[in-house]
Write a new protein. Structure first.
Length: 183
């Protein structure tokens, strides 16, 4: 029988209030608190917190606090990724971010999703992974929904709500986001 964490990572319905998952989210929140109250992120202490919180991110990752995530260990970044202030990554499942990706203030990535059935929603949730290619710019306030893949060299306009995949070399804007031109 699978643990709730194994179900979560497989994208199956799982119990979010499982003690193991609660403990992991609590640990992430403690690390986030330390990160978010650090005055200067290039200190050794701040880098140590980042390495512990985001073990799959290179040293070139830069985050302007405050930053929020669920677990941290499901965030995989390439080189030179930049998160501006107030970004949120609900990393219930893996979030793969390419190299040279910029996130504007308040950008949000949601892997978590919930059943449409009200009774089921009382107890379980599930998730779908997000992938963002290299050399992308995600505008301020943009929301990337569960299961979305954004191709390489894309620009997602400020405030866009991305509910579908975006092909390489595209500019996507609006709610729901749609590709308005190729770059």
């Amino acid at each position: 029988m699978k643990t709730e964490k194994e179900k979560m990572l497989a994208g199956e319905p799982y119990l979010a209030y499982d003690p193991e998952l609660l403990a992991e989210r609590t640990r992430a929140k403690q690390l986030l608190h330390r990160l978010n109250v650090t005055e200067y992120l290039l200190t050794d202490a701040a880098r140590a917190v980042l390495r512990e919180l985001l073990p799959h991110a290179p040293r070139s990752l830069y985050i302007e606090p405050p930053f929020h995530c669920d677990y941290g260990y499901n965030i995989h970044c390439g080189e030179n990724v930049y998160f501006n202030v107030n970004c949120v990554v609900l990393d219930v499942m893996p979030v793969h971010i390419g190299s040279h990706v910029l996130f504007g203030p308040g950008a949000q990535l949601y892997t978590a999703t919930h059943p449409l059935d009200a009774t089921a929603r009382r107890t379980v949730e599930s998730a779908r992974a997000i992938t963002i290619g290299d050399d992308c710019w995600i505008g301020g306030g943009a929301i990337i929904c569960p299961g979305v893949t954004i191709g390489h060299r894309c620009v997602i306009g400020a405030g866009a709500v991305v509910t579908r995949d975006v092909p390489d070399d595209s500019l996507a804007v609006g709610n729901p986001a749609r590709v308005v031109r190729r770059l």
